[in-house]
Design a protein around this ligand. Sequence first.
Ligand code: ZN
Length: 666
Amino acid sequence: MQNLWNDGDARACGDDPLALRVYTSRLLGRDPSLVLHGGGNTSVKMSARNVFGDAEDVLLVKGSGWDLATIEPAGFAPVRLDVLRRLAALEHISDTALVRAQRAAMTDPAAPDPSVEAVLHAIIPFSYVDHTHADAVVALTNTPRGAELIGEVYGQSALVVPYVMPGFPLARAVYDLSRRIDWSRYEGMVLLHHGIFTWGDTARASYDAMIRLVTCAEERIAKAETARHPEPFGRLRSLEGRLREGSALPPLSLARLRRAVSDAAKQPMVATLIDSPAARAFAARPDVSSVAMRGPLTPDHVIRTKRVPVIVGDDPAASVAEFASSYADYFHRHDDGTRTMLDAAPRWAVWPGQGVVAFGRSAREAAIVRDIAEHTIGAITWAQALGGWRALPERDVFDVEYWELEQAKLRKSPAGKPFEGRVALVTGAASGIGRAVATALAAQGAAVVTADARPIPSPIGAGAVHIECDLTDASAARTATERAVGAFGGLDLLVSNVGVFPRSAAIDALDDDTWRRAFDVNVASHQRMLTACVPLLRLGVAPSVVVVGSKNVPAPGPQQAAYSASKAALTQLARVAALEFAADGIRVNVVHPHGVFDTALWTDAMLESRAAAYGITPEQYKRRNLLGVEVTSQAVADVVVALASPAFACTTGAQIPIDGGNDRVI
Ligand code: ZN
C-alpha cells in the first residue's frame, strides 16, 4: 500500500491541527481499499477557546454525511472531550440516547452530527486517531483462523478486539479494555470483521501507522496467494481468457433480472453490469454459489448491499422471488417485533458463468453498490487463499442492518425524486429540445442515456451516458439500446426526438436527396429505434414512449413538403405503435411543438430575416401565437416529462400541441 504523504502539501497546512487532520483524512479517503463511500472516520483532539475566552478540550471527529476523500474542516464535529469520556464509562445507553448526548455536547450546533464512533475516538489517548475498513485487514479476519492470522502478522504491536456491534457497545468494550492496557505499547487496534484503528501524536504518525499495518496485512495475503498459485494471478488470467470467448450477458436477460428486482423492491431499480475481469472471473468460479452467500466484507456495507447477493438461475424472476422470501424469513428470524422490514429486493446479483450486477434506486446508488461488490469479491478471493471466507454470523449482520439509528434515518428519509430508478433514452439529445428533455429527466432522478450523431457539449446530470451514433445507420439503434441496458439494466422511457429540418423548397423544386434524408432521419430512424426498444420496454417499469412531432403535422406550411410529410408519417407510426403496444402497457404519445427558437436550428440572422418578412421585430415574431408566449425547449421538456409521468398513466395515442395556441390547429 502506497504512502501518499507529501511534505510540501503537509507544510501548506502550517501547524493547524485541523488542517493536518483534513489533509491525512483525504489521503485515507483517496484509497478505496481503505474506505469506501462514507466509510471509516478520523479525529483530532485539541484545545479551543469558547466565546468567554476559556479553553475547552474538544474532539473534532468526522461528521455523518461526510466522505473522507472530500472532507473539509466543516465536516468535523467539535464535541467536548470530558463529556465523551464520561459517556464511555456508563454501564448502558441506547445509541439513540448516545447520539443525542453527543449532539448536546457539541461546541458548534451548526456542525454535522458526530460519528457514532466519537466515544471510541475519545478513549484513545492520542491526538490523532484514524479508522478504516481496510480490505486486506478485514479479509484476514474473515477467515476461520482470523484472530490467529492477525496475531501472526502483528505480534504484540496491535490490540485485537473480537467483533462487537459498532456504537456504544464497541466503545464500552474498548473502554473496559483500555483500563488494563498501556496504549503507547501498541501501534494499532484490529476489530475483527470490522476494521482497524491507528493513532499518534501527529497526523503523520497516525497515517503512517495505518499504511504500515495495512501493508503488513497485504503482504501476508500475497504470501498465501503465491503459495497457492505459484504464478501470481495465473489462474485469473486463464479464467479471463475463457471468459473472453463467451458472450456478454444478453440485454434481455439483464432487463428481465432488473424488472424482477424492481418488482421485489416495489420501485424501479437501476441495474449496472459489473464488467471487470475480476467480477467475471468471480462469476465463473465453480464454488461461487457457496462463497458469495456467506456474508458481507464488513457489516458497515450491509445497509447498501444487504447481507448476501441473489444467485441467478435459469429464471431470473424465480431467483429474485426466492431471494425475497428468504430475506423475509431472515427478518422474521431476528426481529423482536419492533423493527420495520426493509424492501426484500437484492442489491447485487451473481450470475454464475455470466457476470455480476449491482442494483440501486438511482444510478449513483448502483455505482456505490458496484464498488462495494468489487471490493467484496476481491476480499473473498483473498480469503479463499487463506483457508476460506467466513463472514460474521447473520445475527450480527442483522443487528447492523436493523440498527435503531438506521431505522430512524429510514423514517426521516425524504421521498425520492419522481423518476428515480427509471431509465430513459433520449435521441437527438446533443442540443435543443432533446438536451432540455434529457436534462429535465436527469433532474427528476432518471438514469439517462443520450444518443446523438454529435458529441454532447457538457454532461447531463451525474452518471448520464452519451452514445455518439448516427441513428440512420441500420445497426445504431440496436447498439444504442444494448449500451443503455449495459449501463442501467433496462429501459422504461424512450423519447424519440431526433430530427432534421430540411431547407425550404417548393414541390416543383424538391430533390430526391432532401426528401430521402427527411424520411431517413424523421421516420426510419424512429422506426428502427422503436423496433429495437420495444422488447426492452415490455420489461420496463411503467413503460412509455414520447415522440417529438411538429405543429406542421396538423398545420403544414408551404415549401416544407419533406418536413411536413415526414413528421406526419412519424405521427402515424406513433399512432400505430400506441395501438400495438397498449396490450403490453406501453404508452405512446406525441408532442407537436412549434416556434421553439432557442435551438440550434434558429440563428439570430434567421430570426431577423423571418421577422422582417412579416414586418415585425424578432421578439414579436417569437411570440406570434394565440397566447402570445415564447415556446422554449424547456417548455417542451416539461410536457414530455409530464407525459411520461404517472399523471398521464391513462393516456396513450394522444397528440399534444405545444405552440402557444394556433387557430389552424385548434
Ligand atoms: Zn468502522
